[in-house]
Design a protein around this ligand. Sequence first.
Ligand SMILES: *Cc1c(COP(=O)(O)O)cnc(C)c1O
Length: 452
Amino acid sequence: MENNIDWQKEDLNYIWHPCSQMKDYEQLPPIVIERGEGINLYDINGKCYKDVVSSWWCNLLGHCNPEISASLKKQADKLEHVIFANFSHKGIISLCMRLAKLLPNGLKKFNFSDNGSSAIEMAMKMSFQYFQQTGKPEKTRFMALTDAYHGETIAALSVGACDLYTKIYKPILMDVIRVQAPDCFRCPFNKNRENCSCECFKDAELQFEKYGTQTAAILVEPLLQGSCGMRVYPPLYLKKLREICNKYDVHLIADEIATGFYRTGKMFAVNHADISPDIMCLSKGLTGGYMPMAAVVTTDKIYNAFYDDYLKGKAFMHSHTYSGNPLGASCALAVLDILDKGEIQEHINKMRPYFNNLIKEKFLNIDNVGEVRSIGLINAIELVKNKDTKEAFSPNLRLGYQIYKKALKKGVLLRPLGDVIYFNPPLIIEKQDMDFVVDVAVECTKEALKEL
Ligand SMILES: *Cc1c(COP(=O)(O)O)cnc(C)c1O
């Protein structure tokens, strides 16, 4: 019977795909994937796609990684899930013990959920409740950066700032204090990210002066503002944030959902700045991209503000059904086993200059490439209408989308963010794949520009 099913047609009969205008699927039907291996995805016709976006940035160590798969299979035969209130299991305890050693100083209390957005919600509720219970009930507001992305649920959208996702919902979002994010490509101070003193931090100072006393926490994507265009900024900005948060007693919430697990070249992006946040959110790479799992990690200080006799009503009454899922934990443990060997880190260090130079060499001579920016194995190419003025193309041209479609035909899964083409591949990517995907991306970019 399976043989007679038109999978693409049935997909469209039933499925409403995420972050998609479904009408676009008339021209570009869903690609039905059958299996994955390393950075390759194979569709039901056997066509291969190089997954250089790590399937929305979560696949850390390749599809169907043998070690992670083995760990998951073993766990599935033992215990698939158990209620996490009052119950526990060895996998999640081991995971916390091991992560605590890798996390910045002081982060050692773990709360689990099953996706990044819910981790952000949890972090915000935790920070808010902390101040309610420690004598500063006036701290009820949140700060976040311009061009921030923290997920898609209502509170997470509220702290986010990409119009594409938030605009229509504004009437039902929280009123968040907006801090001007660093914009190193279009720096208003005419500096560059390698040698500035974060002159742009001025706006943060202004907002803290004005609103610091009413603010519970500031959320930040450390070093890399991902979904709003892969914007890379210097560690100094984070150091300054840490200092000013201390000064105004504001929690620093590091959203490491996209940046954790060596995406930026270090275990966590905050490691580049040598700082410790008060709360850190992890997801995506945590399970190697296998199982939906997120962790919110915090300090004893915050934890202790919730610790009291039950009738005092101070507990954190937050739960998710799949909190602490054993299958997720088994994958996360396998990821840590692989990272413990140190080979991935060596591989990143070796490949980073090669990949970055290759991209610079092949893209920078294209007239419409405004900037190539990179951190870890992530490389982003921002296309502009005018290189000198850095004027952007009209979004109505959907330039990035044209490039996306062309690259798919040639077997590369790029998924540009507007006119920012980027590579965020599984960390195991090898040279010959880098050569191939960059060549395809360059070809498609040139073709799409010519057709404008
Ligand atoms: C993906 C992402 C989120 C949201 O995670 P989901 O699992 O998609 O809900 C939050 N913050 C950042 C920085 C992300 O990249």
